[in-house]
Write a protein that binds this ligand. Structure first.
Ligand code: WQD
Length: 361
């Protein structure tokens, strides 16, 4: 049973109820990182939360899981952010929006290589429309969901916020490079807009309760859901995409970080903006653990915590993959006062617990 969806005109009737309630708008709030961030917002703040999502890779049932964990509801709207009028309708229904967190985007590296236009059209247009709505309604704080994929293939690791970006290795990565530049330019001419771009490394795992996690309605393309789906038997086998890279075991290296660590970083970032601590009105922060982990090491961690021998084979390299990337986290720790807490084993354990819970449904 879904939470009761509140229609826009009903919202207008209740306008007085929300007039002065500080409100955070979360785009992509039914998605993986968005829903985990909403859980942390509802748990750690008194803000009213509004979610906008078109359910292209999620479902409304997410909001029921958020309510089961937090005992709180959010207002949610099924809106395509590529339609500017619809975006402004939602923004106009709330009088005290203190911040916008923009997650909504397509995010599969491999899919973006196969269908670049879908990624350019959706990811760029939706960001432009959300930013226009922020300007129209004079919203002061904007957090942009960026990605470590903006760095491209970098030899000198770990990467820091000062690392010069290389060529994006996929259209997905390019939409995040362009997204950061768009935001920077908006902030140059709109001094009232304070913004932060958070460069996520590889978000994995599930809420510690086992009641929320990755719930893509499309075929999973990311490593950890493919591991857990293989382990539970949804997939007969998985492939390691290449073991001939110049890394310690030949497989690609990433900086896997628990989705709840990512979510909590958004609370730190929002507070930093609300307390007007910014040096400039556009700042970038890495969200990683600082630990590089190979695909084979991630598989070994999963096998250790689950006791399941994973059925995998070595396959060809995947187009769009970078060889290795992991983060220098010192700037984010210093400025945002945030540090990742979950270990790789805990990430895998939470992902496996979620997969098993889903199988029982
Ligand atoms: C990780 C590694 C694959 C599947 C992700 C998100 C992107 C961004 C960055 C946040 C790669 C290998 C995968 C499989 C494999 N995050 N792999 N077999 O591509 O680093 O990008 O993190 O914004 O949105 O997509 O993550 O999990 O797809 O791949 O060997 O069946 O696992 O080759 O080396 P990626 P991923």
């Amino acid at each position: 049973m879904y939470c009761q969806e509140i229609s826009l005109n009903e919202k207008r009737k209740n306008e007085n109820m929300l007039n002065d309630k500080p409100t955070v708008i979360v785009t992509g709030g039914a998605g993986y990182i968005g829903s985990h961030t909403i859980i942390e917002l509802l748990t750690n703040t008194n803000y009213h939360v509004v979610s906008i999502d078109n359910y292209s890779n999620s479902s409304k049932s997410t909001y029921d899981r958020v309510k089961a964990i937090t005992q709180k509801s959010v207002d949610f709207y099924e809106i395509d952010l590529c339609i500017p009028g619809d975006v402004e309708k939602v923004f106009g229904a709330y009088k005290n929006i203190i911040g916008v967190i923009h997650f909504a985007a397509f995010k599969s590296v491999s899919e973006s290589v196969a269908n670049p236009f879908k990624y350019y059209s959706n990811n760029i247009n939706s960001q432009l429309n959300v930013l226009q709505a922020c300007l129209k309604f004079n919203i002061r704080n904007f957090i942009f969901s960026s990605s470590c994929s903006v760095y491209g293939n970098i030899n000198a690791l770990p990467v820091s916020e000062k690392t010069v970006l290389n060529k994006a290795e996929s259209p997905y990565a390019f939409t995040k490079q362009v997204g950061e530049e768009i935001l920077k330019d908006y902030c140059l001419i709109n001094k009232n807009l304070q913004s932060i771009a958070l460069r996520y490394f590889n978000p994995v795992g599930a809420h510690i309760s086992g009641l929320n996690g990755e719930n893509p309605i499309n075929k999973a393309s990311n490593l950890v859901p493919i591991i857990t789906q293989t382990a539970i038997g949804k997939l007969p086998m998985m492939e390691v995409c290449g073991n001939d890279y110049k890394t310690r075991d030949g497989s690609c290296i990433r900086d896997y970080i628990h989705v709840t660590d990512i979510a909590i970083a958004h609370i730190n970032a929002l507070n930093y903006l609300l307390e007007n601590k910014q040096k400039s009105n556009f700042e970038l922060f890495n969200l990683g653990t600082g630990n590089g982990v190979s695909v084979l090491e991630a598989i070994a961690s999963f096998e250790k915590i689950s006791g399941v021998k994973l059925n995998y084979k070595i396959g060809p390299r995947r187009p769009g993959d970078v060889e290795a990337i992991y983060s220098d986290t010192s700037f984010t720790e210093k400025i945002l006062g945030w540090k990742a807490k979950f270990t790789l084993d805990e990430m895998m354990d939470s992902a496996w617990k979620w997969e098993k819970n889903c199988a029982e449904k």
